[in-house]
Design a protein around this ligand. Sequence first.
Ligand code: G3P
Length: 214
Amino acid sequence: MKIFLDTADISEIREAASWGIIDGVTTNPTLVAKTGRKFAEVVRDITAIVDGPISLEATSEDAEGLVAEARVLSAIHKNVVVKIPITTEGLKAIKRCRAERIKTNTTLIFSANQALLAAKAGTNYVSPFIGRLDDQGQVGMDLVRELVTVFFNYEFDCEILVASIRHPIHVLSAAMLGADICTVPFDVLKKMVGHSLTDVGIARFKKDWAKIPK
Ligand code: G3P
């Protein structure tokens, strides 16, 4: 499974990239706004650190506007993937972007039918927001399970990018289901590395190493 970092924070991206496990980055307007930095500078920094798909979000409501934004965003760097929300206008934009070889990530997916339509329109990635489903009392991972089945049945040229991840169990469950990608916030990534027994083990080995005559 590929792991993307779900952040626009450059220090987080630099640190996680140095661990050698980051395949791409996803952003959205909320994440970029949090940095307080200029959009162009944030994007320049991300593309300089990570050589993999970088999702940047288009915010227009009509297809015309979405395609116009997609052209501008995709021209920034070869790795840019344009996030397009799943709406009827979004579907029209996805189809046109595909024709222009602009990669798209269909975002704000909350049902398998939305993902099915996005895949048929030609999107490259679908992003089910599982944490937001959990937040309102639905089991977000059920959506990932449905998507894995649907995409396996029809061999769409489209990857399942599990988003809105809240904790390490989300990542593990998505991996066990065979999702293509998880986009993970940095705090969740740190929790995936750590374990209290690892810390205890390191401390014990260090202590015992000191006892060995050298
Ligand atoms: O990148 C989009 C997605 O991961 C957002 O997550 O935590 O705002 O639901 P969240």
